[in-house]
Design a protein around this ligand. Sequence first.
Ligand code: AMP
Length: 589
Amino acid sequence: MNLFSESNLSPDLLKAIGELGYEAPTEIQKQTIPFILSDTRDLIALAQTGTGKTAAFSLPILDQIDDTSRKIQFLVLCPTRELCLQITKDIKSYTKYMRNLKTTAVYGGSSIMDQIRSLKDKPQVIVGTPGRVIDLINRKALDFSEIQYLVLDEADEMLSMGFKDDLETILRETPETKHNYLFSATMSKEVERISRSYLTQPHRIAVGSINEVKKNITHEFYVVGYRQKKEALKRLIDANPNQYSILFCRTRMETQEVADFLMQNGYAADALHGDLSQAQRDTVMKKFRLKNIDILVATDVAARGLDVNSLTHVIHFSLPDDPEVFVHRSGRTGRAGKNGISMSLIKPEETRKLKQIKSVTKIDIIEKQVPSSDEIIKSQVEGVFERLFTEHEEFFTFDDSLIPDLSEFTKEQLVHQLLQLQLRDLALFYKDKKDLRSEKLSDERDSPYSRRERGRDDRGGRDRRDRRDDRGGRDDRGGRDDRYSDRPARAERGDRGGDRERGGKRRSSANMTRFFFNLGKKDNLRKMDLLDIINKATEKNRKRPDIGDIEILEKFSFFEADKDFQQEIISNLQAMKFKGKEMRAEVAG
Ligand code: AMP
């Protein structure tokens, strides 16, 4: 089967997928569709997200559903609400012309009563997360007596998220005669065990799994000392302009820390991890899909269910333990016929782990050096031209008569001058910066994100703004770039005037303490308020403290103030309130 038109799928399905632009089946579809249409055996399919697995299992099953019956015949179980909604959306688009066929999604974190009401429609297809399905079984809202097809999608993930008991209950509560199709990105011991217990002599298909690593992804690794990791990350991001990437971390804490670092340095980034509420996760994913943010910092689990096809890079900020997870993460780029880049930042002591990943996955991961300042500028120049030739969005209009007579300049001179303006802040930031490659690698094994580490990061650039709120999209790329600014951003200059009034000449950072402050924009705190607060906290002192940079972020803030006033500020703030809220300042690094 090289084209869908050669398959035995019904004309209604073929018409719908034709409208979606599906012509040729993907590898997993080539293997799965004929099998499900003609074979009665169970199935284990090793396939990652992005291989077209949703259509691979749903098209042949939908083809066989009796839409004159109003009983549930097809149940898909998946680990997350996002994936559940995605699969439901896909199935609904495939069944656009099957007018009697109804699909309902049931998932946690949303009103169970609304879902019970929607089940009154008598859908033949249910897509659900295991916990919610069990709740609905217990409330007798789901009748599974006629189920013929059960798909466990991302089975490895459901098991690692602790749904084992729920899955076993559902497998037991559904008719023994049904067909079981298990899809998983990895074949963990638990997945093997579940298949042995509940699947009968399953046929096995492996696509895009460990032995079939995508060829269109270039894998690079960079060895950096622990203390240099974030600085190296910043350089890698700067050396790969116009990227749209997912950056993987191991823990929720690391995810938040790295995202905060990037946001504080002015990148359009945000964090996605399990400590966020469902509503927060939805917002972050929406921003990422809309490309309002272009770097998503995520844990492996949270990134599941996020179906984005156009990622340019995957960054392994921390290596996973399991080589299959490495393949799975990397496979998020290089989709839809595009090339992708996977970059791993590894500590010197992790070279053995990387060797193991290389040998198990047979991926050629090439060592590269963290880009030098010159290389970054070169890439940025290329990035400007790339955008020039690919993006033609009009962000604003202006009258061409405003363009003066430029005939005395050559084309090269004009481009040169515009590039100087465009990349000025970046070039100044990297000017005289030492190459990371020439520095001795640190083998330090101190705990992640030690205070010392934070202190270093904070020196990376001043007057960084939290662009999360300021950016409506990627449209601020044309102006000065605050990522590299050593001058206050335009909106902040008024406050600097305030600094001078108070303290006269600014003192160098060596005499300053950088404070963390527990309130931020969400508390309606403005720079003027923070200046006032510091004034009040130090008003008993005859001298006035110098005040340096102030960054008001969403949930908290940072400010610099005279070291001599450190204790006074910390203790006096505790006794004060801002708009009824307790205040707390700590030394930040
Ligand atoms: P999945 O692995 O199911 O998450 O699918 C990945 C993406 O590929 C989805 O956006 C699908 O709509 C798309 N897709 C699936 N099958 C095909 C196909 N045969 N041709 C083109 N796009 C497809």
